[in-house]
Design a binder for this molecule. Sequence first.
Ligand code: 13P
Length: 250
Amino acid sequence: MARKLAAGNWKMNGNRADLDQVTALAAAHRDPGVDISLCLPATLISEAATQLANSPIIIGAQDCHSAQSGAHTGDIAAQQLSDAGARDVILGHSERRIDHDEKDALIRSKLIAACKAGLRPILCVGESLAERDSNQTLERIGTQIDGALESRDSLPCGLVIAYEPIWAIGTGRTPSLEQIGEVHDFMRDKLGARYGDEDADSVPLLYGGSVKPGNAADIFAVSNVDGALVGGASLKEADFSPIITALSMS
Ligand code: 13P
């Protein structure tokens, strides 16, 4: 069985003053019974990791470069994130695929870099509304998973996969529970075909896209949903806490 994981993605939000939300979350979940990860802007990682040194909450990042070091102005290497205190890194988020034209081959090389640096990759996949409407969802998810894992004969370092339909992110819309289940079953089967059932079952499969306290319990009841990747509702302890509690009770 995969471990349950409630992961937050702060995106380009938050200043040092907002770390009070992180410490409040740590105070509310000293023994959460599920894994909790907060993927923060790079500027906050070091301070948050220091403040959470005695907490089970994991601090993560939102992207890394594929190279270990070098002349890449403005970029951050996986090893630098690790050095700052990050243990997770989100890769292939649709906002990076769109804003920075990231393709599956680049995401694959970032995944390799993350593993080398000892970071756990949270690989994001998801279809556009046009792909959903034209029945191409599973094909799109399959291509993204194959592209990121190409020619790997063993499961990458603690891999987590998050299914995030692009049209559900920040919109208040979510797929039906049946649609979420269909994609998660597909992802589990796909991993099983690649790596065998035992390894496939160990991969936490998260759902992301407008997860809120009000819909979290229903989503967590769907088969093969092991947690969530939460954007807006992870910014405030008062919103993220009930989602974590719903996961721990699922
Ligand atoms: P929202 O929860 O704000 O829809 O964002 C989801 C997301 O993109 C998490 O990575």
